[in-house]
Write a protein that binds this ligand. Sequence first.
Ligand SMILES: Cc1cc2nc3c(=O)[nH]c(=O)nc-3n(C[C@H](O)[C@H](O)[C@H](O)COP(=O)(O)OP(=O)(O)OC[C@H]3O[C@@H](n4cnc5c(N)ncnc54)[C@H](O)[C@@H]3O)c2cc1C
Ligand code: FES
Length: 266
Amino acid sequence: MSQFQQKVELVCSDRMTEDVVRLTFNAPTIAVHARPGQFVMVQTSPGKDPLLRRPFSIHQVTSEGYLQILFKVLGKGTDLLAQVRAGEQVSLLGPLGNGFTLGLPETACLIGGGMGIAPLLFLATRFLQQSSSDNVAKKMPTVILGARNRTELEPLVDDFQELGIDVLAATDDGSFGYHGLVTDVLKKLNLSPSAGIYCCGPRPMMAAIAHLCQIENRACQVSVETVMACGMGACLGCAVPLKAGGYTHVCSDGPIFEAEKLLWSL
Ligand SMILES: Cc1cc2nc3c(=O)[nH]c(=O)nc-3n(C[C@H](O)[C@H](O)[C@H](O)COP(=O)(O)OP(=O)(O)OC[C@H]3O[C@@H](n4cnc5c(N)ncnc54)[C@H](O)[C@@H]3O)c2cc1C
Ligand code: FES
């Protein structure tokens, strides 16, 4: 698998909400090799603080060679990244990890919670490209997105709607879409037994979805997050437990896993 470490130009920085930012880089070499579910390690400062790069899912790529990440400002690294201005250079390492394995668009259900929505736009785009190349009527994946409130969710839903996908939205406070959890929406859906789940979000959300899929004997791929130091299998700091015993490394074996392979409760 090809990986590149490159300084690339930031083309634009968009504040989606008070603390969520989308960066667009001119990164044609990484973009052309990227697959949905993979990530990049981003140097957040030209100096030594923070020393370590930060991992971000690849949010979208375009045929013009642009690559986007979408992130919430949490600490020093993301705060510095949010301050980078168009025209400045940022060092990216990627694409890293293993992406999602795509099934058929009409039997795919994408579920994202909070910043877990980030990798799903690229995934949804690939599903649509796949169905257009089949030269038949476009087949849409089902998309369920959840967040705390309308402010956090609406701008992200708009991105999917621009692709022509109707999103089933859920918010904790009921200010946008269904009042409740994405898992409630999933339970009410009459998904075909062959539909596979592609999911990214907070661990409790993914654990609940993994449990539902296990009961229904449904295929489920999850995108796992851990704190990462190297992102390339060298530091062994990103280990998560396997159901069969032992550990797996999120950066090199994931971040996409079949949900049934992981141990969800300790
Ligand atoms: C494969 C992968 C893909 C990711 N993709 C995205 C993405 O698309 N968008 C996005 O917003 N974030 C994503 N993350 C999380 C992101 O890497 C962290 O939010 C970021 O590293 C925080 O850096 P910081 O220097 O700002 O915060 P730090 O100073 O390192 O930490 C600040 C606070 O945030 C907490 N924190 C750090 N990392 C995480 C984490 N992974 N989850 C929850 N809390 C955390 C810390 O415990 C601490 O309390 C991803 C992580 C992984 C492993
Ligand atoms: S982050 Fe270093 S081995 Fe995974």
